[in-house]
Structure formats: C-alpha cells, structure tokens
Ligand binder design. Structure first.
Ligand code: KG4
Ligand code: ZN
Length: 355
C-alpha cells in the first residue's frame, strides 16, 4: 500500500510517501527563518506559506519518484492539534486529492502520529508508554493500539519545546532555539546553576514548566547573559563558558523533570507496558534521549527514541499513522473537521471492516 502523508499543522510543510512502513521519500520545508524575526510562529504568515508551497511539494514528490497521483492508495493528513489556518491548508489539499482520486483518507491526530513514528524504525508493541515532547505539547500516553490512546499526563502551561524556545530567545538565539541550546549544552558542564525540577510535589503525571522558565530567566539576568548571542561584539570565552554551562544545567533540569514524571508511572505499573517510546521535536535532545533510555533500562524494559529525521514535524509520521489506523479498519469521510489546539479531537472515523 502506497500511503501519502501531509503535515502542515505549524510551521513545517511536509509531504511523504510510505510503501507499507518503508519510507520512499519525504520533503520538509521549514518556515523557521521567516518566523524567527518575530521570535515565534505568526499564524497568518504560516498558513500563507503552506498555501504557497504545498502544491509544488506534492508535484515534486511524485515527479522525482516517477509516480502518478493515481498510484497513491491512501491519503493521511494532520487534522489537529495545531494552528487552524495551517491545518486547513493541508487538510483541504488532502480532501481534494481524496475526492478527485476516489481514494480513502484518514485525518490524523498530530500527537498520536508523533508517538507512532517509533513504528517507522521499530516494531510497535502494545500497550506501550509514549512520551511526546514537542514545541506545543508534553504528553504521556498509554497506547493500547493505533486507535486507542489514553492520556495519562500533559503540560499545564508551556510545553518542553516552548520553554527551550523562550529561554533561547532570552539568550538571543534564533527561533526555534531547542537544537542550538542542545549543542551549547554539550560543550558545557552541569552543576553551576541551581535550576528547579518544577511541579513534582504532587501525585499526578502532568507537567508545569513555568517555574523553571522563571528561574532560568532570573539567572540569565543576574549573570548578564540576556540577549548576549545577538550582540554584535564577540562573546568573551568566559561568558561563552557560562552560556554552555547554563544550557547544560537547563537541559538537565528539563530532562530530569520529564523523567521523574515518567518514572512515577513506571514505578506504579511498569509491568503493564511492553516498551517506552520517546518522540516529538524535543526528543532530538541528547540529554532527554539519554535520560529516558536510561530510565527504561532501570526497569529492564525496551525504550525507543524516534529516529532524528522523524522527531520534528514530518509527513512520514502522518502517513505511518494513517496506514496503521486504516489497517485497524478505520478511515474518514471527506467532511471531517480540523481541530485547532485546545479542542478535543472527536472519535469520528468510520469503520470499514471488522478485524
Ligand atoms: O514536534 P515539533 O517539530 O513541533 C511541534 O509539534 O510543536 O517540535 C518543535 C520543537 C521546537 O520547540 C524546537 O525548539 C524543539 O522542538 N527542538 C529541540 C531540539 N530540536 C528541536 N529541543 C531541544 N533539543 C533539541 N535538540
Ligand atoms: Zn509536532
């Protein structure tokens, strides 16, 4: 089965083709440089950019693989959560294709697609404990099947990626700042800056990173590191060392906070789970990958972190989720709705067969 995946929920436009679970090809265009002037994604600009690129990306993808639209067997598209205008561009393009080609379509939950992206490199076993850390979300799920996700925890304020981007912005780094902070951290030493592991004094599995953000901002001010990377003059070696050490401590504080909440679930019920999955844009982070893989190892359970090319938003994860959902016997009618961030995604798929 040749499955097309379309992703346009935030500031990446991506199209990909999967033949079963094998990636045939994928194109991702990022709008990061456009939005970096504003320090974050501007929704109206994002949807215009998706509209400008999507048709050309689709044509390129087919042409360079010598394929015709009619060769596609299934169409998957991100239907939310995300930015409304951005989602609409991808979803309407996908619906037009499905209607015109008379092919089945699946509107995919973007967060579930991040979690299931593990299936692009490893065999998926259920139930598994999925940790999705991205720019907009920090979620913990029990995954019973491609169509059964039980949310165990979520972020109550900023997502993990969001706080990387906000603190990075204070340092003067360009949006999105997570990958740059990760690189700086790898040149630093931990232990200089006492940062909190916030929102652990409770018995739930939710996250709240605002305390860490405030503490980090205070340190940057105190050590005169605000906007330091933006300044025209060269950074003195001593200051550079401070920045790297700060990033190392910041990475560690985030990794340990995320890991402690994940451990809380495993302490209670690790025997229920076949594996731990780590995915989403922030899953590219070295310290977070190491910490979560080590945590699972302590419980003697397998843990998989998404392949780096499937961490950030990508069409392959959407195609993969659509394919898995379709194999479970579900698809959408062309009238499914787009669900922006903050709204519950309805269970509105139609059953096509009993398996
Ligand atoms: O999953 P994603 O591409 O988009 C959303 O669905 O939100 O995640 C993007 C986020 C950004 O906040 C970016 O700064 C962060 O992932 N990110 C990282 C790293 N690479 C990307 N954060 C920490 N370390 C990284 N290596
Ligand atoms: Zn994402």
């Amino acid at each position: 089965m040749l499955c097309l995946g379309i992703e346009s929920s935030c500031d990446e436009t991506s199209v990909a083709l999967l033949q079963e679970d094998v990636l045939i090809d994928q194109i991702i265009t990022s709008q990061a440089s456009l939005h970096s002037i504003f320090g974050g994604v501007v929704p109206e600009l994002a949807s215009r950019e998706h509209e400008r690129h999507i048709g050309r990306l689709f044509d390129n993808l087919l042409n360079r693989n010598n394929l015709n639209p009619s060769d596609i067997d299934l169409i998957g598209v991100a239907r939310g959560p995300g930015l409304l205008g951005s989602l609409l561009v991808g979803a309407n393009f996908a619906k037009g294709l499905a209607f015109g080609l008379n092919k089945p379509i699946v509107g995919v939950n973007h967060l579930h697609a991040h979690a299931l992206a593990i299936g692009l490199t490893h065999k998926l076993e259920y139930p598994s404990l999925a940790l999705v850390v991205s720019g907009g979300h920090t979620q913990l799920y029990r995954v019973d099947s491609p169509v059964k996700f039980i949310q165990l925890g979520r972020t109550l304020d900023d997502a993990a990626g969001e706080i990387f981007d906000k603190i990075g912005h204070l340092l003067g780094l360009e949006y999105p700042a997570g990958a740059s902070m990760d690189k700086l951290a790898q040149m630093g030493k931990v232990g200089q800056f006492p940062l909190p592991r916030p929102y652990l004094n409770n018995d739930n599995y939710d996250f709240s990173f605002s305390g860490l953000k405030t503490a980090a901002a205070k340190i940057l001010k105190e050590y005169e590191l605000l906007n330091i990377i933006n300044k025209k003059e060269l950074i003195a070696p001593e200051k550079y060392k401070l920045i790297c050490n700060f990033c190392a401590d910041f990475n560690l504080a985030l990794a340990e906070t995320i890991s402690k909440k994940t451990k809380r679930i495993l302490d209670k019920s690790f025997k229920e789970y076949k594996a731990v999955w780590l995915s989403g844009g922030v899953a590219a982070n070295k310290k977070i990958r190491e910490t979560i893989l080590a945590l699972a190892e302590n419980f003697n359970m397998p843990a998989y972190a998404a392949d780096l090319k499937f961490c950030g938003d990508n069409g392959a994860m959407i195609a993969n989720a659509a394919r898995l959902i379709y194999k479970e016997g579900y698809k959408h009618k062309c009238d499914f709705e787009i669900i922006p961030r903050g709204k519950i995604i309805p269970e509105d798929m139609v059953k096509i067969f009993q398996n």
